[in-house]
Design a protein around this ligand. Structure first.
Ligand code: NAD
Ligand code: DAU
Length: 343
């Protein structure tokens, strides 16, 4: 079972597993929130190895029905409210419901049904922010700084407790910032690509010198597959792209690829409590499981920009509806203050 498979990473993971293993069978459980999109799974509609179920992981009865209908061997939990800015500006309620309560519902169901393995997709954000030097290891203290990260940290502790107290075979992966096809254009890279394509201003928070460690989504999927199949129960793995760069340098590179002017950049009021730097030490997964990222950042970013160029109808439809109100709420005033018209 893959949860959150109508979203960005979950959808890429479903496709990765079906492409990699002829005998893979996936039940894809997703509540189809604003971030879930059946259009992203259109190419899988005719594949008999893929079954989609619309359901909420925080509903014990809906999860019981899914487990009843499908012989679930393992659960990979991607389902989450995933956007930091929404947790800050829209509210933390949905984050607590899905990212904390939903995880406990899944853990209980796995225990009751004798599911062989539960894999929690976590994040480097649980570690908080780094200073000028060093990288996060799996032993770094858990110090989340925003509501999204706090709920993901809470989930990690619940997963650990299910393993320690009840002997559930559970593992956790903590990955850095992903990019690639089908990413919702509220996140930095797709937002900057689609705004630049339409010659709209690019809202860079603060000085833009915050550092993130970028990984191409397929490399993340390969790491999850290795952990799912070969990790020892209770193990935690960091996953990073080993490419930590400033946000401003990422934005400038996107502009260069598209041949757009740097005058589109607007420095807007910063995100509250903004983590300054993330960088991952992925030694453990390299040494234990032989995983390493295969995609160079530059070529993967080129491919991602090309994907958005080729999929205009996908992101234009995504940006209609709820997205417009969200964008205005988050960026309208900030862009006006920075001296640019809104969308
Ligand atoms: P996303 O927002 O693109 O997709 C999330 C999916 O979960 C959506 O399809 C949504 O409909 C579904 N969902 C939300 N609430 C649900 C619920 N209650 N029940 C069932 N489905 C629900 O997110 P993403 O970027 O693909 O992230 C996937 C996972 O990876 C998340 O757990 C996130 O914390 C983690 N993660 C993301 C990144 C990143 O860079 N995007 C990095 C590290 C970890
Ligand atoms: O690090 C892993 C995390 O990466 C995941 O756990 C989250 O689910 C995922 O959303 C992502 O979180 P970030 O907050 O790092 O990603 P985001 O794309 O929102 O922002 C990346 C950086 O870019 C961050 O420093 C904030 C900045 N930013 C973002 C947006 C949307 C801007 O400067 N302007 C923007 O408009």
């Amino acid at each position: 079972m893959v949860t959150g498979g109508a979203g960005f990473i979950g959808g890429n993971f479903v496709r990765y597993m079906l492409d990699t293993y002829a005998d893979a069978e996936v039940v894809n459980v997703d509540a189809l929130t604003y971030a879930g999109n059946m259009e992203s799974l259109a190419d899988l509609a005719a594949d008999p190895r893929h079954a989609f179920v619309k359901a909420d992981i925080a509903s014990a009865s809906e999860m019981a029905a899914v487990f009843e209908a499908h012989a679930v061997e393992a659960v990979v939990n991607f389902a989450a409210e995933s956007h930091v800015d929404r947790s800050l500006h829209v509210g933390a309620g949905a984050f607590i419901a899905t990212n904390v309560s939903g995880v406990q519902v899944l853990l209980d169901a796995c225990r009751e049904r004798g599911v062989r393995r539960f894999l929690q997709i976590s994040t480097d954000e649980v570690y908080g922010s780094l200073g000028a030097a060093g990288r996060f290891t799996e032993e770094s203290p858990i110090r989340p700084n925003n509501p999204y990260a706090a709920t993901k940290a809470g989930a990690d502790f619940l997963v650990r407790a299910a393993w320690k107290s009840h002997g559930l075979d559970a593992v956790i992966t903590r990955c850095s910032n992903n990019f690639g096809p089908y990413q919702f254009p509220e996140k930095l890279i797709p937002l900057m690509i689609v705004n630049a394509l339409e010659d709209r201003p690019l809202p860079v928070y603060g000085d833009g010198l915050q550092v993130r460690d970028w990984i191409y989504v397929t490399d993340h999927c390969a790491a999850i597959d290795a952990v799912l199949r070969r990790a020892a129960a209770g193990r935690v793995y960091n996953i990073g792209g080993n490419h930590d760069v400033t946000n401003l340098s990422v934005v400038r590179r996107i502009l260069a690829i598209l041949g757009k002017p740097e005058s589109l950049v607007r420095h807007v009021t910063d995100r509250p409590g903004h983590d300054r730097r993330y960088a991952m030490d992925s030694t453990r997964i390299r040494e234990d499981l032989g995983w390493t990222p295969r995609h160079a950042f530059e070529e993967a970013l080129d491919a991602t920009v090309r994907w958005y160029l080729d999929h205009g109808p996908w992101w234009r439809r995504v940006r209609s509806g709820e997205y417009r109100a969200y964008y205005e709420r988050l960026y309208g005033r900030r862009l006006a203050e920075a001296g640019a018209a809104g969308p």
